[in-house]
Design a protein. Structure first.
Length: 470
């Protein structure tokens, strides 16, 4: 059996595990309107179905990456899979339309995110370590493409399950996927090197509380109002806690290693730039799926199944962009695909926004295709370059940092775009379809603005050459 086969064999248990986490960002977006109706959730409550998951993943993922370095990446992946499957089961068991429905499902969505936070950084490191330095762009591209295929199937599968069975099935389907991943891990040799160290629990508490309060304030602003003391207090306290987290991490010592080595990150400029770009790229990503799915159901009048196939259009060029981006990363370095990706994604979202008023799938196809190509070019080169910029012994921590920026960007972007949409119209469709499309167009322009900032940052500050790795 040749080395190349063995390297790709590592993907067999890790792809379904990663896909399970990625699918739950998109599959719930398709079913959100049905869940909202069944459980009698408010518009903000429906958005929390997605935001709570992204936020908890972001808040705990740095801790997950650190635990992978300390306990072993294979061990942490297994624990993450088990927690994710158990939490998914409980999401599907949410009581119908009672007072506990909303806190129940949001609580277990948070726990799903914790499971994903344990799984994602360690799975990424295990894939990266399976490939030689000169093939890591290709290896991660294949990993994300194959996981992306499952992610693309998610909205379609979720729409069928929701329309012809029950929305609860979109959570229960994670259980056999988890069992498949755990079973495959028995037959694949995965590196489980451990580097014992203390865990920075103070830093973990500060980052979890800071992110949670900041996003809570943004998202709840549609209910409380921007001038309400609760909104101001939540956002202000969240920012202060994040500042305290940075200060605490800078004071860390060898006796108490930091959760995120702020000083090393600041000194490693290419790594820092990659993470800023990751935040900006993923800011609109989750909102695109959530509101894109709701748009096809509310404004266009499609069934969940039709909406699933409609939003799938974006993935066609995403896969192509991912493959091209990974190849360019290995050949030319990361800057070329990332800069072009931000340009296409920003332009695509602007085009998509201008097409929304036509209230149709065919009319929005061009915007979706251009946007998907842009995101595809960005993701794998950016992720591979960030991890290539750090030494092997802290790669789990580095993966956790990168995924923190990724998921916090998703949570913040979702909260901002959700505030725009919910502040202008009722996402259940009580207001006119045209009103919803107009509000969504404004939200997409804001998302395009984040990507435009990313384009400027990538062009001005991103390193031209690959990291010096062996």
């Amino acid at each position: 059996m040749n080395d190349g086969f063995l390297r790709y064999r590592v993907l067999w248990p890790l792809v379904p595990a990663m896909a399970m986490v990625m699918i739950d960002f998109t599959i719930v977006s398709i079913s959100a309107t049905e869940i909202q109706k069944d459980l009698h959730l408010s518009d903000t409550g429906a958005q929390w179905l997605v935001t709570a998951y992204a936020l908890s993943t972001a808040a705990f993922i740095a801790l997950g990456g650190r635990l992978g370095d300390i306990v072993g990446h294979r061990t942490i992946v297994r624990a993450g899979i088990v927690l994710f499957a158990l939490s998914s089961t409980m999401c599907g068991l949410t009581p119908d339309g009672s007072d506990v429905s909303s806190p129940w499902i949001i609580t277990f969505r948070v726990l799903q995110g914790v499971g994903g936070a344990m799984l994602v950084p360690s799975a990424t490191v295990l894939v990266l370590n399976a490939f030689p330095a000169q093939e890591r762009g290709k290896g991660l591209a294949v990993f994300f493409i194959v996981a992306g295929l499952f992610t693309a199937v998610g909205p379609v599968a979720g729409s069928y399950i929701t329309e012809y069975w029950t929305w609860r099935g979109i959570f229960w389907i994670n259980v056999p996927v988890a069992l498949l991943a755990l079973g495959e891990m028995l037959f694949v040799k995965l590196s489980d090197e451990r580097r014992p160290s203390k865990i920075d629990w103070t830093g973990a508490l500060l980052i979890v509380a800071g992110m949670g309060l900041a996003v809570l304030g943004i998202q709840q602003s549609t209910v409380w109002g921007w001038g309400d003391p609760r909104t101001i207090a939540a956002i202000g306290l969240g920012i202060l806690l994040l500042i305290a987290f940075v200060a605490a991490e800078r004071r860390a010592t060898t006796d108490r290693p930091p959760l995120i080595d702020i000083r090393a990150m600041a000194a490693n400029r290419p790594f820092a730039v990659d993470n800023i770009l990751t935040f900006l790229a993923f800011g609109p990503w989750l909102g695109v799926f959530f509101f894109g799915s709701v748009y096809f159901q509310v404004a266009v009048g499609q069934s969940p199944t039709q909406a699933g196939f409609s939003i799938l259009t974006m993935f066609y060029t995403f896969f192509l962009g991912s493959r091209i981006g990974g190849g360019w990363m290995d050949q030319y370095g990361p800057k070329r695909p990332v800069v072009l990706g931000f340009l296409l994604a920003a332009g695509g979202m602007v085009l998509w926004a201008t097409e929304l008023a036509d209230l149709g799938h065919l009319e929005t196809t061009a915007g979706m295709l251009v946007t998907g190509a842009g995101f595809g070019l960005i993701f794998s080169p950016l992720n591979a370059d960030a991890l290539n910029r750090v030494p092997d012994e802290i790669r789990g921590q580095a993966s956790g940092i990168t995924q923190t920026f990724r998921n916090f960007g998703s949570a913040v972007g979702m909260a901002i775009m959700g505030t725009i949409v919910a502040g202008a119209t009722d996402v259940t469709g009580a207001a006119g379809a045209q009103d919803f499309a107009d509000a969504m167009r404004t939200a997409f322009f804001v998302g395009a603005g984040m990507l435009a900032i990313g384009l400027v940052v990538a062009q001005a500050f991103m390193a031209d050459k690959q990291a010096d790795i062996r």
